[in-house]
Design a protein around this ligand. Structure first.
Ligand SMILES: *[C@@H]1O[C@H](CO)[C@@H](O)[C@H](O)[C@H]1NC(C)=O
Ligand SMILES: *[C@@H]1O[C@H](CO)[C@@H](O)[C@H](O)[C@H]1NC(C)=O
Ligand SMILES: *[C@@H]1O[C@H](CO)[C@@H](O)[C@H](O)[C@H]1NC(C)=O
Length: 373
């Protein structure tokens, strides 16, 4: 009897404890999405572990960075299955990315869709403001964001939380470009979309000097391609460009593809030929991956606006950025280069999880202030 009483007592305490956690954890992390909360919980536990066991070979890394790195390493690499058709594979990849949102949308952030038209070409985009407001074209500056995802995945749902944070941190309106993806729309469909939206903005009397481009990974490559196309057409170019781990060479000729293959925890594919085949129009095989219409690294950087390049040294695309930096310097572009020692691909997108990411975004914020001064 005594045993039963203490058992019931313990049960009551446990239920109260679980109820408190069930209320406190969602409030603490600003979300009720259990998948997101599970990610935060695992991350917190691993961070605790790494605050006791540090990595002697990489002493600069924070415990919370090591935690996120471990979580990514534990994810199975993306395996290409030859018996499944390509579009189904890509859609599986998209669902996987859509289900693992690492940054929830803050409630103070407003998102509104607009369809831009230029020369009978329509492009979807989303205005993002944190705190909520409307973009004032007479006074406000604008960050045109080009999301990453290998030109195949990524969309407004995946990027909203992160772009809201950029809007808040930079005190700028962000315009998210929903460019068309491969394989349904092979390259260079994405560049056609980015040119159309930019020309539509100019047409609405938003000045090029108000606009900064920013992109990560494939989006970084797309932002660079867009500026090269604008210069080619002698159109006004934006005030500056920020690229995070940009994919500048689709022919994958950078030595870091070999050097960093085993330490890259983000870009892990068993069949990169299959991936590449999704990007190009099978009817245009005469255009190879090192063509400057796909790979901005092989185009010109003459007349480029000020550029900020950020890359991690633990990613296969490290040399895509290093070579970009070198080429831009050679033609006297005002270029700032920040490398994240031992850090992963597009690590600033993990700003909720580690100080390394926050530090880089703060550096970018200061750079933007100098650009507009
Ligand atoms: C944010 O930008 C607006 C103009 O868009 C400006 O009026 C305001 O002072 C800025 N706020 C801060 C905190 O810099
Ligand atoms: C842009 O400015 C020009 C000249 O001031 C004006 O004629 C035109 O109507 C404006 N366009 C828009 C879309 O506001
Ligand atoms: C390639 O060409 C064929 C035949 O002309 C056409 O049906 C198909 O849509 C084209 N593919 C692409 C991706 O444009």
């Amino acid at each position: 009897m005594l045993f039963l009483n203490s058992f019931v007592g313990l049960l009551k305490i446990s239920i109260v404890f679980i109820l408190i956690l069930a209320i406190a954890i969602p409030i603490r992390y600003g979300s009720t999405d259990y998948r997101y909360l599970r990610i935060r919980l695992v991350h917190s536990l691993l961070s605790l572990k790494y605050s006791f066991i540090s990595d002697q070979t990489r002493p600069t890394l924070s415990a919370s960075y090591l935690a996120i790195e471990t979580m990514l390493r534990l994810q199975p690499p993306f395996n290409h299955n030859p018996s499944v058709d390509s579009l189904t594979m890509v859609n599986n990849l998209r669902s996987l990315v859509n289900e693992n949102i690492i940054t929830p949308k803050p409630s103070q952030c407003s998102i509104s869709k607009e369809i831009f038209d230029y020369d009978q070409h329509s492009v979807d985009a989303y205005w993002i403001n944190y705190p909520s407001k409307n973009f004032q074209k007479e006074t406000d500056n604008l960050l045109l964001y080009f999301h990453g995802g290998g030109y195949m995945v990524g969309n407004i749902q995946v990027y909203t939380g992160y772009e809201c944070h950029l809007s808040k941190l930079f005190n700028m309106t962000v315009l998210h470009l929903e460019y068309r993806l491969c394989p349904e729309y092979p390259l260079p469909a994405a560049t056609k979309d980015s040119l159309a939206i930019y020309r539509a903005l100019l047409h609405h009397n938003i000045s090029s000097s108000q606009i900064i481009f920013m992109g990560d990974s494939a989006g970084g490559g797309l932002a660079l391609l867009t500026i090269q196309a604008l210069i080619g057409k002698e159109l006004p170019i934006p005030r500056g460009i920020i690229v995070l781990s940009p994919w500048t060479d689709l022919s994958q000729s950078g030595e870091s593809h070999t050097r960093n293959k085993h330490i890259d925890v983000v870009l892990r594919f068993d069949n990169s030929d299959w991936l590449m085949n999704q990007l190009f129009d099978s009817n245009q095989t005469e255009l190879s991956a090192d063509n400057a219409i796909f790979s901005p690294l092989f185009g010109s950087f003459e007349k480029f606006p000020p550029m900020y390049i950020n890359v991690g040294t633990a990613e296969i695309l490290e040399d895509d950025s290093r070579r970009l930096w070198k080429k831009a310097k050679e033609v006297n572009v005002d270029v700032t280069f920040e490398e994240g020692l031992h850090l992963m691909h597009a690590y600033p997108t993990f700003f909720l999880y580690c100080p390394e990411a926050q530090s880089t975004l703060n550096n970018i914020k200061k750079w933007i202030q100098t650009i507009y001064d």
